[in-house]
Every structure is written in C-alpha cells, then in structure tokens.
Design a protein around this ligand. Sequence first.
Ligand SMILES: [Zn+2]
Length: 175
Amino acid sequence: MVIRHVTATVRPLRAAEIAALAPYIPRVDLERVVLHLGHVPWYLPRRFCGIARGRHVYFRRGVYREGTAEGIALLAHELVHVGQYRRGMTAVDYLWSARFGYWNSRHEQAAYALEARVLAELRGRAAAREPAERENHEITGARHDEGGLQSPEIRRPAGDQRNDRTTDDGHTDHP
Ligand SMILES: [Zn+2]
C-alpha cells in the first residue's frame, strides 16, 4: 500500500490534455478533475484498471498512456463519469444503472460512445496529417511512431485497445 502511494502521481490535467479534450468535455470538468496515476481505490475489483469517483479519476499503473490517442480517449471516458457525478449521479445511482450488467448501464454507454468517438477522430486527424509528418520525419530522422498527440499509434488495429482492457469474463476493466 505504502509503496504504491510512493510511486503514484496525483495531478490536474496538463494543457495538452485539456486542449485535446476541449471539443468533447465541458471546461468545468477538465479544470476540476484530479488524476491519480498508479493507484486505485482498494475496493476496485481486479478486473477494472481505472475508475472515476466524483472529480477523481484513478488508473492502475501503466494504464494511461500519455500522448496517445488511446490515452486521450480513455480520459474522455472517465471524464464523462466525472460530469455524471457533477450533475448529481451518486455511486448508488451508478450501481443501479448497472443492475442488468455493466454494458447495460446508460452511464457506461455514454462513456464508451464518447471514448470511441474521440479515438476515431484523433486517429482520423493523425491519418490526415500523415504525408506532411512523414516528410518532416525524413528530414529530422525522427522515428515515425514516436510519442506525442501529433502521432498516435495509428497502425494499431481498432480492436486492440479494447482487448487490452477486457478480461476473459467479458468485462471491461474501467468502470
Ligand atoms: Zn466507465
């Protein structure tokens, strides 16, 4: 427990994250969210790799990959829940919404819908920038697939990320 807290990072969103999410998430949520990277509440079931509670978003270590389209999409998902809490959702409301299963929760459906949209749009934008970037990288000798929101891992198949976060019992791992 202590060790996990030592390695954890607690911080607000960075300017780049706010800029990437601004088209999708209300400003108020972008400015008030507190990210906890590298630790999650003790009660989070093992199959989940992240959770939102109020304005706090928690990810297990290594789950949030900063500077990738997947990372921004994952933040968008949890920020939908932050907005739901702000508008009055309680933990009990959330559990009630999932009484017929996680996937039937309207709170999850809203979050997954936005996550998918953000991912698709960021990947689309990256693809549109491709030719210019490739030229630029040839000049600088930089590797094409390195870091930054400017070049997310667009070669990764769309299904991959979901698979990463899905366990064999079919549950995704961030409520
Ligand atoms: Zn969720």
